[in-house]
Design a protein around this ligand. Structure first.
Ligand code: PEP
Ligand code: MG
Length: 780
């Protein structure tokens, strides 16, 4: 793979994958989208994602691009095949001749006989293998270290996507279950089995219960507005063909108007939603500018067809080509083509758009809802959507979800049942649409809607509320991030800044060391993403389990005890100086703090300070502006640092405890080795006493102390850590609301009581049992 392509692949794929997290609302959809994206970017014939079942021994194929679709769901033991070997070895397996590999096993259902090369990369949830990302090609392909590194980075990102999607999925399933039971109750009420207050349920004469696909959760009850699309063919049929030059001119002008209209919609959606959602219209714009598309229409006009007819003919050809596609995602693109065609035809007719002017709140009912319909509507007045066509992947579905409008698509016979005076219930959770519902159904939905709104309000409220205990102790909840797209995810979950920005990512997603300018622009974007909020940028932390494909790393027997992190940075001062200069240059754009990983003592800190001061001098000489008072902090992740913590805190502005490493180094227990997993225990008294020692030392010196390891992501752990004296946590953003809820529920006094009890205990097992009981008691 050429260098540029490697860089592109890593960065673009990661950015796109992050966009998928926001767009996909269930795990399957997310995985399907990822395999399609990665297969395309890697130019591979096959891309598959296998997830490890709960037993830790069975792998199940969850999504594939390239293998037989029937094979989705097949299972295999980790003792079989090359994919199993990836999990067993907990490392990459790559071969250009898979059938010759001693561990090769052919799985009939996959129909993979024509596949020769294999690249399998594991991904982990914390330290437990979670699944394998597999890339296969028909030809013998030698995967370069650069490609392997890019795929490993993608696999790394997939692990967090899978965790997040699983979380979302379980929330959605709970909603669906509740809606199912509610629907059951309604059904029983309607059939008269269940009576309300002894009164038989009254049935409205024209009522109907229809089902479709719930594509955006929530409930809506109200009057309808039926959206009529003028069929593009109507104009085409009535068309009087003008002289060719005139028709061509009309088409060009209509095309230009359609482009302007599309840009307007992209802008409008970008303001209302996100850039990712607005990108739908960017893809429309690309089609409107596509030479092939324009040439086909122009050729038809030159052959004597009127502009309307020519546009329709070409658009219809695209629509039916997309509609025939096997891939459901691509199939839904036919709706986008229809939308584009309609926009050009509207422009040809001199209509600006089919703007639906809603005077009051309405449920939109339509045969099909196109992205532009939704873009130009008054979203405040659209309380629900029901359509006959469309599914989860339709862009309008993605938009409805992003706008939070309950919607059901694919409801057969909808327009036959609904009239202008109808009242409708849209249940986006269960996919039900009730037309003219009777009294009992309405009542049930009013109740459900009340509950739903309450829950939504509670979540929204908590996002902007401080993480403050009932007795007034405020805790800061910041996010751990690695990619630019994490900025959005962090805000979505109410992060109050960044407690740990792992700069390995901009290094990993490139094919050579990024220059000072490239680094500075990435860091600047992160800082600009959090205006007025603190951002702690950690210097390069490679080595151990994190490598850079382009940076030769010696083979070591104990990489975690080897040339890692700050040791490498101090040996390669050139790299460190460039990074410090880049961070300093970016520091002018926000509230930037420097953070140094894997510090063992004061000597290292002083050396770093000397280098930092030289870099500052250089920048001053160059006339560059930067924050001269930039915060200077160290990560506490080695037992050595704990033992000298009183000396360390005097040297720095703040400390941040990295429990992922602290646990492994305190207990001499590889954080990635499943054999010693049971010894890798955050509740070991040595770990908890170490944390307490840091909290006390920092408090004694009047310096802030935070914790940025995975440990803080569990609500009960956050309560315990609060009790040990910590007031700032940096965690994976999706965990922030859960932790905030715990902080807001448990008093500092109770947290201290828990902390004191735990510190007095001698075994990790009894601490675990005690915390489990406390968690139940506190309802966490
Ligand atoms: C840690 O060690 O706890 C930490 C946050 O750093 P990393 O996981 O990147 O090593
Ligand atoms: Mg660490």
């Amino acid at each position: 793979m050429p260098e540029e392509a490697g860089e592109q692949l890593g960065l673009r794929t990661l950015e796109d994958i992050s966009a998928l997290i926001l767009q996909s609302h269930d795990l399957q959809e997310t995985l399907d989208n990822i395999v399609n994206l990665v297969a395309k970017r890697m130019s591979s014939d096959v891309c598959s994602i296998y997830l490890l079942e709960e037993d830790g021994e069975t792998l199940r194929l969850h999504a594939t691009r390239g293998l037989s679709r029937l094979s989705v769901g097949i299972t295999m033991k980790i003792s079989e095949g090359l994919t199993g070997l990836v999990v067993e070895q907990r490392g990459v397996v790559a071969t250009d001749n898979a059938p010759r590999h001693p561990r090769y096993k052919y799985f009939r259902k996959t129909k993979e006989e024509k596949v020769l090369s294999f690249l399998g990369v594991p991904f982990f949830e914390r330290d437990t293998p979670m699944g394998v990302l597999v890339i296969q090609n028909r030809e013998a392909r030698t995967f370069t270290p650069q490609e392997i590194s890019a795929v490993s980075t993608i696999a790394w990102q997939i692990s967090s996507i899978v965790s997040n999607a699983k979380l979302l999925d379980s929330v959605r399933k709970k909603e669906e279950e509740r809606a199912f039971f509610a629907a059951e109750v309604d059904r029983l009420k309607k059939s008269g089995v269940l009576k309300e207050g002894g009164r038989p349920a009254r049935k409205s004469p024209s009522s109907a219960a229809l089902t479709g696909i719930g594509i955006s959760p929530g409930f809506a009850l109200g009057k309808v507005s039926i959206l009529h699309h003028r069929g593009p063919t109507e104009e085409a049929v009535l068309e009087r063909v003008r002289p060719r030059a005139e028709e061509l001119n009309m088409f060009q002008q209509a095309l230009e108007k359609a482009r302007i209209h599309t840009i307007y919609m992209e802008k409008r959606m970008g303001e209302i939603l996100s850039e990712a959602d607005a990108a739908i219209f960017h893809s429309h714009l690309m089609i409107l500018e596509d030479r092939g598309f324009i040439a086909k229409i122009t050729a038809l006009i030159e052959d004597g067809l009127g502009a309307h007819r020519a546009v329709n003919q070409v658009v219809e050809a695209y629509v039916s080509a997309f509609a025939r596609m096997e891939d459901p995602y691509l199939r839904e693109r036919s709706a986008d083509m229809e939308d584009i065609g309609r926009r050009i035809c509207d422009a040809l007719n001199g209509h600006s758009s089919h703007r639906e002017r809603l005077r009051e709140e309405r449920i939109i009912v339509a045969r099909e809802l196109l992205p532009s319909d939704l873009a130009i509507m008054d979203h405040g007045k659209v309380i629900g959507i029901a359509t006959e066509k469309g599914n989860q992947n339709a862009h309008s579905a993605i938009m409805a979800r992003a706008l939070g409008i309950p919607a059901v698509f694919g409801v057969e016979g909808l327009l036959q049942q609904v009239g202008v005076r109808s009242e409708v219930v849209v249940d986006g959770n269960s996919g039900c649409v009730y037309v003219n519902p009777d009294h009992s159904v309405k009542q049930e939905y009013v109740r459900l809607q009340g509950e739903f709104d309450q829950k939504q309000r509670a979540l929204e409220e908590i996002r902007d509320l401080p993480a403050c205990t009932p007795d007034g102790c405020t805790v800061s909840l910041l996010a751990n991030i690695g990619l630019l797209s994490d900025i959005k995810v962090a805000h979505l979950h109410g992060a109050e800044g960044v407690g740990l920005y792992r700069t390995e990512f901009p290094f990993m997603t490139r094919s050579s060391l990024p220059t000072r300018q490239v680094q500075a622009s990435v860091y600047r974007k992160v800082l600009e993403g959090f205006p007025d909020l603190p951002v702690h940028i950690r210097t390069l932390d490679i080595g151990g389990d994190k490598g850079l494909s382009y940076f030769p790393h010696p083979k070591e027997d104990n990489p975690f005890l080897g040339w890692r992190s700050m040791r490498l940075s101090l040996d390669r001062e050139d790299i460190l100086r460039e990074q410090l200069a880049a961070i300093l240059i970016a520091s002018a754009s926000g509230k930037c703090h420097l953070m140094f990983p894997m510090i063992s003592g004061v000597d290292e800190v002083r050396r770093i300070k000397a280098i930092l001061s030289q870099v500052k001098d250089e920048l001053t000489r160059e006339g560059r502006s930067f924050d001269p008072e930039i915060g200077f902090g160290v990560m506490v992740e080695l037992p050595a640092a704990i033992l000298v913590i009183d000396m360390l805190v005097k040297e720095v502005d703040y400390v941040s405890i990295g429990t992922n490493d602290l646990i492994q180094y305190t207990l001499a227990c590889d954080r990635n080795n499943p054999r010693v997993k049971k010894w890798y225990d955050p509740y070991h008294p040595a770990v908890l006493h170490s944390i307490k020692k840091v909290a006390d030392a920092a408090a004694g010196a009047g310096k802030p102390a935070s914790l940025c390891g995975e440990m803080a992501g569990e609500p009960i752990n956050a309560v315990l850590l609060m009790g040990l004296g910590l007031r700032c946590f940096s965690l994976s953003a999706p965990n922030i609301p859960r932790v905030k809820e715990a902080v807001r529920r448990v008093s500092l006094q109770k947290a201290r009581e828990i902390g004191d009890r735990v510190l007095a205990m001698e075994s990790a097992q009894s601490i675990r049992e005690y915390l489990e009981a406390a968690q139940r008691e506190l309802g966490l």
